[in-house]
Design a protein around this ligand. Structure first.
Ligand code: ZN
Length: 188
């Protein structure tokens, strides 16, 4: 196939040269109001176009490629035994779940617990105003055993309200959240 960006021959929809040239990670740590550390590796504005790409060939592969390129190397610093990952609300709306793909690509570092944290409130968030999103509770249901340590995984962190709610749900369920990992940070 061809790289969808430079059109050179490539085994992947985005070639290594384009990744290295256009998607240099910009790691960031954000601390939410409850003290949860959120690590991300891109500013949302820098990868927005790629995530919303119309190139159907790329599709969910973008999340795999960027996770392997940027987030996986970042997690090597955190590599420790017996930490699981929980992809947030990995419900498949469009045939695949972004957070589940990211958790899958990080599986050598954290064992994914798919479907462990699903929202009972199925409100569509995209295109909604910030205060609408802030007021909407996701009403998460946690279905994993107590006493484990996890990292929360999501594609994009915006206000942080989803992560705050997810963290609170985990705490209530006796699950320790070490930190959160997101591909992109949409704040500022
Ligand atoms: Zn290319």
């Amino acid at each position: 196939m061809r790289c969808q960006l430079c059109l050179n021959f490539s085994w992947q929809p985005i070639c290594k040269e384009c990744l290295d040239r256009l998607f240099v990670p910009t790691p960031k740590k954000r601390v939410l109001q409850d003290g949860l550390n959120v690590y991300s590796c891109y500013a949302y504005k820098d990868i927005k176009e790629l995530l919303h790409t119309k190139h159907t060939l790329i599709g969910s592969k973008v999340f795999s490629i960027l996770t392997r390129h940027a987030l996986l190397p970042l997690t090597q610093n955190f590599k420790c035994k017996d930490i699981f990952s929980i992809p947030i609300d990995d419900h498949t709306r469009e045939g695949y779940s972004h957070s589940a793909i990211i958790a899958y690509e990080l599986r050598t570092v954290f064992t994914p617990l798919y479907g462990a944290l699903r929202a009972k409130n199925r409100v569509r968030y995209s295109g909604q105003k910030r205060d609408f999103r802030m007021k909407q509770k996701r009403d998460f249901r946690l279905t994993c055993k107590e006493g484990i340590s996890v990292v929360l995984v999501d594609d994009i962190v915006t206000s942080g309200s989803t992560l705050l709610e997810a963290n609170a749900t985990c705490k209530k369920g006796g699950v320790d959240v070490a930190f959160a990992l997101c591909l992109a940070d949409a704040s500022g």
